[in-house]
Design a protein around this ligand. Structure first.
Ligand SMILES: *Cc1c(COP(=O)(O)O)cnc(C)c1O
Length: 364
């Protein structure tokens, strides 16, 4: 039986998502320990105490289903940002939300626009629903919004923008996004994926929730996997016009967010100290990465995220492998069409020192 033949048309061209290599896997393969992972843009600090406490308090209730509406978390989010709870949709990680946007609004033959080198989940969800992918060539590794506008036609349903973008770290200013939204027809939905927004300096950060009041076709998605440190629990949220949120909540799996994730998210949403500490480490250590690259003649893409992408000007697979043998896991991004680059997640100071030393050794 050729099950490939009976798969949905779009699924036939899908390749499985390539995740960062788990530490345990490299331990098994090489029989070494003391491995560091700078591969998945994870939070380098210990799991936040506030979330640990929330989990402990929740353990005895795990025989029950979670609150299908995530009422308390929506209240926490709406209080923090001055929103209405009916504008919020919760997801099992923001990846769940990205898929939900496509499922809710697009189908076969609709067109979805996103950028070359943008987050790989956009092509993945586009193909999974057999929609038509309009991948726009990047400009300096980032989104070319003028070209996005030129690609819009009567079939366009959805536009994905990652800001900052992963894996390149490119950033669009509020003025650029505002000017773009002003030109997009109001029946076309624009998703602004802000998984890394907490790493951007406050004064540069896009007031995306403000923009969503001005442009009802804007959907903002946020993640608690990065700055908030909950990657293993899977939780994210979307902010949109209430009518859009209502539609998303009809399609969403009723119990897509588990009780531990909901409880932890409420705790870290109110844990400003933790997020401040994380952002500060990222700011200081990003400066060290830039200085390291400059001192060693390495070209990098300036990044507003918690990762930096280095261009080795030759296929980087051998460098990646050699780093593995040094016990350092980074991320190859050949799957993004960037075979000469490696993406490194910013770690704690000691981890970054390990990476600097290992890379210099590997490069000879
Ligand atoms: C990491 C990331 C996400 C968030 O993923 P989660 O599902 O929330 O863990 C979303 N968008 C981009 C661009 C990312 O890099």
């Amino acid at each position: 039986m050729q099950f490939l033949n009976i798969a949905n048309e779009g699924v036939k061209s899908l390749a499985p998502y390539q995740a960062g290599k788990p530490i345990e896997e490299l331990e098994r393969e090489l029989g070494i320990s003391n491995i560091i992972k700078l591969a998945s843009n994870e939070n380098p600090f210990d799991f936040p105490e506030s979330a640990k406490q929330a989990i402990m308090n929740q353990l005895d209730d795990l025989t029950r289903y979670p609150d299908a509406n995530g009422f308390e978390l929506k209240v926490a989010i709406s209080k923090k940002f001055g929103l209405n709870a009916n504008q919020i949709t919760l997801g099992n990680g923001s990846n769940d939300l990205l898929e939900l946007f496509a499922h809710t609004f697009a189908s076969d033959k609709d067109e979805i626009i996103y950028s070359q080198y943008a987050f790989i989940v956009y092509p993945l969800v586009t193909k999974a629903i057999n929609a038509v992918a309009r991948e726009i060539p990047a400009k300096n590794w980032g989104h070319d919004l003028e070209a996005f506008l030129a690609a819009i036609n009567e079939k366009t349903k959805l536009i994905f923008i990652a800001n900052p973008n992963n894996p390149t770290g490119n950033f669009l200013t509020e003025a650029e996004i505002d000017a773009f939204l002003a030109k997009v027809p109001s029946h076309i939905l624009v998703v602004l994926d802000e998984a890394y927004t907490e790493f951007t300096a406050k004064e540069e950060r896009v007031d995306s929730f403000g923009l969503s009041n001005k442009y009802p076709n804007l959907i903002v998605s946020r993640s608690l996997s990065k700055a908030y440190g909950l990657a293993g629990l899977r939780i994210g949220y979307a902010v949109s016009n209430a009518e859009i949120a209502d539609l998303l909540n009809r399609v969403r799996q009723p119990f897509n967010c588990n009780s531990l994730a909901l409880a932890s998210a409420i705790a870290v949403m109110n844990d400003d100290e933790f997020v401040k500490k994380v952002a500060k480490n990222n700011r200081l250590e990003m400066a060290r990465y830039e200085a390291f690259c400059q001192a060693n003649g390495l070209e990098y893409i300036p990044s507003k995220g918690n990762f930096i992408t280095i261009n080795f000007k030759r296929p980087a697979a051998a460098i990646y492998d050699a780093l593995l043998r040094e016990g350092v896991i980074v991320r190859p991004i050949a799957g993004y069409g960037m075979p000469n680059h490696l993406r490194i997640s910013i770690g704690l100071p000691a981890e970054n020192d390990r990476f600097f030393g290992a890379l210099l050794k590997v490069l000879g």
